[in-house]
Design a protein around this ligand. Structure first.
Ligand SMILES: *Cc1c(COP(=O)(O)O)cnc(C)c1O
Length: 416
């Protein structure tokens, strides 16, 4: 379990406080000074973090920070929540609102893109601000929930729009709302005849699993069917605390899924992805989607080629249970919606990938310009060990397609 008392900042924190999600949110690390009490930062890094913070605020829960390797800037936990200078780089293909969520919006925070389902953003607050956030144009802006009046406008729209049978509640992170506030929203939706199901999109099991209390799951279980999609991006996040949270939810009959973007330097490796989806499945979380990283401003360093996502999907196919295989999607820039790839990939022209959506319209995704292969220490550990144990063989295509240096590194290692 977590030895947070070893970190001087939290040496006097009792288990009661540590396990209280309100304490976790109140004590998020939001300045360089606080962060440097938990991980070792070089002076230059401190300046860089300060400079990057005007794009998207930083707020790391003590729990999530306690999972970080104190000395490793490549630690996936650290990359997820600590800004780097890369965020200040804006590419020509970057867009403020690539998914047109604000444009296709008939009520505050509500996006109605598909005929039968809507997205309702109830807050811009998150437990922990992911550096790869696609909604960084608004997320963290106020670090608050929407007002009841605004949320009511969204619910009114859903009530009078008979075609809506599925409501995705997201944010921000809706689980930063108090249980009573959330129950108000969920019960209002549940009472609408044509709304058949409610989904929650949340990273709480990842960054503040203390949020998943018995009281909370009891509330949710009254409004079945409830689906909850989590946002695990790396196997290192599946801790004892996270597993306990998932178990509470699954035991209460909440149907669990996971959505992860494909992120360069974090999970763009077939072995890491396989480890992630298998561990999720073991914890009763169905891997739902892998997304191609969106064209939001300042996240180009996280993007991979589209081919990498296709290669990873092909690798998973056959190498693990079908139940553990997520669908690879591109959320089309310009508001075309989610498009399955390679099924709906209709062409390529240099860095431009053409994809066709469910309405037959074609959209363009622009791949990143520089795809240098950075070193990938986590990947090597996982695949090196697995290959050593004879559990896996590299599929032939991957040996040459994968430019992450994974196989070269393995082959270059001396035999122990
Ligand atoms: C992702 C999303 C949904 C839900 O889509 P599914 O593919 O059913 O998970 C609904 N509305 C919007 C605007 C979305 O972005």
């Amino acid at each position: 379990m977590n030895d947070y008392n070893a970190i001087s900042l939290w040496k006097d924190v009792t288990p009661e406080l540590w396990n209280d999600w309100h304490w976790q949110i109140r004590n998020r690390l939001s300045s360089v000074e606080q962060l440097s009490q938990v991980i070792n930062l070089e002076e230059t890094e401190k300046h860089i973090i300060r400079d990057s913070l005007n794009t998207l605020r930083m707020a790391v829960t003590p729990y999530y920070a306690s999972l970080m390797d104190q000395n490793d800037p490549e630690d996936p936990i650290r990359i997820r929540s600590v800004p780097t200078m890369m965020e200040t780089m804006i590419m020509p293909e970057d867009m403020v609102d690539p998914l047109h969520e604000d444009i296709d919006s008939p009520a505050p925070g509500l996006t109605h893109r598909y005929p039968d389902r809507v997205l309702l953003l109830v807050t811009d607050q998150c437990g922990d601000y992911c550096r790869h956030c696609t909604r960084r144009r608004t997320v963290g802006e106020t670090d608050r929930a929407r007002t009841k009046e605004e949320i009511d406008l969204g619910i009114d729209y859903i009530r009078k729009t008979k075609g809506v049978r599925d409501v995705v509640i997201s944010g921000g992170d809706p689980l930063t709302l108090e249980t009573g506030r959330l129950e108000y929203i969920i019960s209002a939706l549940h009472s609408i005849d044509h709304v058949e199901m409610v989904r929650l999109g949340t990273a709480a099991p990842v960054t503040f699993p203390q949020r998943i209390t018995e009281e909370f799951v009891e509330m949710l279980s009254k409004y079945s069917p409830i689906f909850l999609n989590t946002h695990f991006i790396h196997p290192k996040e599946i801790t004892e605390e996270a597993k306990a949270a998932l178990k509470l939810l699954a035991n209460a009959g909440i149907v669990l899924g996971n959505q992860t973007p494909l992120l360069r330097g974090i999970n763009d490796c077939p072995y890491i992805m396989k480890e992630l989806v298998q561990q999720l499945t073991y914890n009763r979380v169905r891997p739902y989607y892998i997304y191609q990283c969106d064209l939001s401003q300042g996240i180009s360093h996280f993007r991979t080629s589209v081919q990498e996502g296709i290669d990873i999907s092909e690798f998973l196919q056959g190498h693990t249970s079908g139940l553990a295989i997520p669908q690879f999607m591109i959320d089309a820039p310009g508001g075309g919606g989610k498009i399955p790839v390679p099924r709906n990939l209709v062409g390529r022209d240099g860095r431009i990938v053409y994809v066709r959506n469910f309405e037959g319209d074609t959209f363009q995704y622009v791949e990143p310009e520089n795809l240098m292969a950075p070193a990938c220490p986590q990947a090597c550990q996982i695949c090196y060990q697995r290959v050593e144990r004879g559990q896996d063989m590299p599929p032939v295509g991957l040996q040459k397609n994968f430019h992450r240096g994974v196989w070269q590194t393995i082959n270059a290692r001396p035999n122990p």
